[in-house]
Design a protein around this ligand. Structure first.
Ligand code: NAD
Ligand code: UFG
Length: 341
């Protein structure tokens, strides 16, 4: 029987793009998602792209009985764990929800996986675990720290995975530290669909380009960066999804592993550079104004990508032009669909 990958959070932004690549690579996919930040319509669009529909179960990763039944009834051989809450600001308002969903949910999932003897696990960590970086580019050995509950959940889950690995070395675990995922599938059929006002730069910029919002607020232009605005390592979500496939294959080839690896491009771009790139991709003006710094933001962050290239044979290939063009295609499609009711 074809091996099944359990993809938690598979209808979300990164999970849906990874699901497409898994299906296209011949894996069976079983999605577990509670739809708290996604909706089931993405399944039709995944099917449209791949010609295959992933199996989906609506439910929560904290539901131990449901997990036990999923492992009992499907030939699951590996887990890609995307499900969780991800808004930094919200995590300071609702810390218990974040610890429950992210830490509690991961423990519940790992317990069920252990009970079922499924020990191949790819986890969505984040560059947020590097805090305010002391050296750039950031290598995986950079000290970890965090300033908010969301980031702390990622630190704790990383530590739980390490403890588990040392208790039972037959685990094959990849902890993937994403930098800033942006862009969309080139078909324009799936992409990021934030609810309400976007917290992140690129979805906000896209909504200014469509006219939904009047201007981008640039959070500070007095950082110690070339143009004074924040610098980040933006990575195309399709490259990120490819990185997951590479990590899964790597884990499947090892007898045991605890891999911790950055997924970024190794290049940093400023807020103003990203606005310009989006103007070029969309052919629309993107008005912006400078506002005070956002509390908790760092000046600059980009990845050292050497380890990913060496261990996974993976490097990001898509540039900011492609990130912006694909994000724009997706945003236009969404805007047209909403206008059509
Ligand atoms: P997303 O919100 O689009 O996807 C997460 C999915 O998980 C959603 O479909 C949501 O409905 C589901 N979910 C949430 N809690 C759940 C629960 N308790 N049970 C079942 N399903 C649940 O987020 P994303 O951008 O695709 O992020 C995926 C993962 O990557 C998250 O763990 C996030 O913390 C991490 N990450 C994201 C970024 C980013 O900027 N997008 C950066 C670094 C790390
Ligand atoms: N920014 C603006 N205006 C906005 C939004 C953002 O100027 O409206 C600036 C920020 O100050 C920062 C840059 O754009 O300089 C990027 O900000 P994002 O909010 O898009 O991304 P962050 O780097 O702050 O954080 C993101 C995720 C985190 C994750 C981190 C590293 O939100 O969860 O990337 O992966 F931890």
């Amino acid at each position: 029987m074809t091996s099944t990958i359990l993809v938690t959070g598979g209808t979300g932004y990164i999970g849906s793009h990874t699901t497409v690549l898994l299906l296209q690579a011949g894996y069976r996919v079983l999605i577990l998602d509670n739809f708290c930040n996604s909706d089931a319509s993405v399944l039709d669009r995944i099917e449209h792209i791949c010609g295959i529909r992933p199996d989906v179960v609506e439910g929560d990763i904290r539901d131990a009985a449901l997990l036990e039944s999923l492992f009992a009834h499907h030939p699951i051989t590996a887990i890609m764990h995307f499900a969780g809450l991800k808004a930094v600001g919200e995590s300071t308002q609702k810390p218990l929800e974040y610890y429950s969903a992210n830490v509690g949910g991961s423990v519940c999932l790992l317990q069920a996986a252990q009970n079922a003897g499924v020990k191949t696990f790819v986890f969505s960590s984040s560059a947020t675990v590097y805090g305010d970086p002391v050296n750039l580019p950031i290598t995986e050995t950079h000290p970890r720290s965090t300033t908010n509950p969301y980031g702390h959940t990622k630190l704790v889950i990383e530590d739980i995975l390490e403890s588990l690995y040392y208790s039972e070395p037959e685990w094959r675990i990849a902890r993937l530290r994403y930098f800033n995922p942006v862009g969309a599938h080139p078909s324009g059929l799936i992409g990021e669909a934030p609810q309400g006002t976007p917290n992140n730069l690129m979805p906000y910029v896209a909504q200014v380009a469509t006219g939904l919002r009047p201007q981008v607020q640039v959070f500070g232009n007095d950082y110690n960066t070339p143009d004074g605005t924040g610098v980040r390592d933006y990575i195309h979500v399709m490259d990120l999804a490819q990185g997951h496939l590479a990590a899964l294959r790597y884990c499947q080839q090892q007898a045991q592993t605890l891999l911790t690896v950055n997924l970024g491009t190794g290049k940093g771009f400023s807020v103003l550079e990203m606005i310009k790139a989006f103007e070029a991709a969309s052919g629309r003006p993107i008005p912006y104004g400078i506002t005070p710094r956002r509390p908790g933001d760092i000046a600059a962050c980009w990845a050292d990508t050497t380890l990913a290239a060496q261990t996974l044979g993976w490097t990001a290939g898509l540039d900011i032009r492609q990130m912006c063009e694909d994000a724009w295609r997706w945003e236009m499609r969404r805007a047209n669909q909403e206008a059509a009711g």
